[in-house]
Ligand binder design. Structure first.
Ligand code: PLP
Length: 418
């Protein structure tokens, strides 16, 4: 982080108060105090356009999609496919059939593991991940290794929470069939050098999956420019609904992949003798999908795309800079994750204070942070901790809220240390 903390947010070229008005939940009180929502890495709040989109669908458009001959079904089908187009545009995929709707990042990774992975991995092949992955980008690969006899290799991270790129490179070999790395670490905030990772992996002949769960609205995403083979994200961390997300896959790879789950919609014809599977993307979307969720996600991404992205990112960087300055002034506080390139995630440990006790007391002040292992136990082990406290900020957070988090920490610390 290089940005200097500026305490006057009017100086910033970003009207955060206007943005906040789009998010009704931010106006509520918690425990009698104005809510300070600093748990955005877990899930983001939703703008009114998304809430309204869900309501409108159920109030006026609800019908099952595909094959319906009646008007409502045709309209819902068209809206669902337009939502796919919105995602394609947002991440700049070449074609909308490269977008598979899933329940989120976790399901997207499991889909790749159980289709592409089962088809392409064999005993002694290797999957290379990093030591800062979320469990969702570890466990599906461990399961695949159990099924295939492949091996999981892990590139270490340094004390700042950055991937040791020399060691990453050294671990790549002709045996590496897949590299799967987070774009941004949810536990540390590290922004990984994904362009370099994709380039190195491809030079080694490996396929690359980027876990974009934390980057989707905290970086510019362009899957063609990045050149990754798979990219996954969840709607709920991108201002959209829960239960919906996407898998991007390059068409050539998706076309060669067997189906994920069997059922309606993923077939062309079924008989007891032989079933012919559908084309992509439908081959991977068995059963009635989360139609409202897809529409809500498209609204969320359209909403975000209409904002000035550099201004959003500068705002978030500024919030992190202010938070870091305040954190450094707290006696006994150690910031966990000091990467040169960081998103607006501040993980920390305070000597003698259990993160859960801290989180509970902050809640009394209306401050929502997350505590624990953040589904990244190996990261915690790396830093010799059971868990951390984590404040994570998004576009609608204010500098005043960052101060409110640390003012509340200053207030509760004497109690926790007594
Ligand atoms: N990957 C990362 C980096 C995450 O932060 C998360 C959620 O916190 C996931 C994957 C899993 O996301 P979901 O639970 O929405 O599937």
């Amino acid at each position: 982080m290089t940005a200097k903390p500026v305490l006057n947010e009017r100086a910033l070229p970003f009207d955060v108060e206007r943005i906040r008005r789009d998010f009704p939940l931010l106006a509520r009180k918690v425990n009698g105090k104005p809510l300070v929502y600093a748990d955005n890495a877990a899930t983001t709040q939703k703008p009114s356009v998304v809430i309204e989109r869900l309501r409108h669908y159920y109030e006026f458009e609800n019908a099952n999609i595909h094959r319906g001959v009646h008007t409502l079904s045709a309209e819902a089908t068209a809206a669902h496919e337009q939502a796919r187009d919105a995602i394609q545009r947002f991440i700049n995929a070449r074609e909308s059939r490269e977008i598979i709707f899933t329940r989120g990042a976790t399901e997207s990774i499991n889909l790749v593991a159980q289709t592409w992975g089962l088809r392409n991995l064999h005993a002694d092949d290797e999957i290379l991940i990093s030591a800062l992955e979320h469990h969702a980008n570890i466990v599906p690969w461990q399961m695949l290794c159990e099924q295939t006899g492949a091996r999981l290799r892990v590139a270490p991270i340094n004390d700042r929470g950055e991937i040791e790129m020399e060691q990453f490179e050294a671990l790549l070999s002709a045996r590496t069939k897949l590299v799967a790395v987070a774009h941004i670490s949810n536990a540390l905030g590290t922004i990984n050098p994904v362009e370099k990772i994709v380039q190195l992996a491809h030079e080694a002949g490996s396929v690359v999956l980027i876990d974009g769960a934390q980057s989707i609205i905290h970086c510019a995403i362009d899957v063609q420019a990045l050149g990754c083979d798979f990219f996954v994200f969840s709607g709920h961390k991108a201002l959209g609904p829960t239960g919906i997300g996407a898998l991007y896959g390059r068409a050539e790879l998706l076309e060669a992949m067997p189906p994920y789950q069997g059922g309606g919609d993923m077939i062309k014809t079924v008989s007891f003798e032989r079933t012919e599977y559908n084309d992509i993307p439908f081959r991977f979307e068995a059963g009635t999908p989360h139609i409202a969720g897809a529409l809500g996600l498209a609204s969320a991404l359209d909403y975000f795309a209409a904002l000035d992205l550099p201004a959003v990112l500068a705002h978030e960087e500024h919030l992190l800079a202010v938070a870091t300055t305040r954190a450094e002034a707290v006696p006994g506080l150690r910031i966990i994750g000091q990467a040169a390139h960081k998103a607006s995630v501040l993980s920390f440990d305070i000597e003698g204070v259990h993160p859960q006790d801290l989180g509970t007391l902050l809640d009394h002040h209306g401050v929502a942070i997350r505590t624990g292992h953040h589904c990244a136990m190996p990261v915690m082990q790396r830093f010799g901790l059971a868990g951390t406290a984590r404040a994570s900020f998004a576009l609608y957070n204010t500098v005043a809220e960052v101060h409110a988090v640390f003012d509340a920490i200053d207030k509760v610390l004497p109690m926790l240390r007594a």
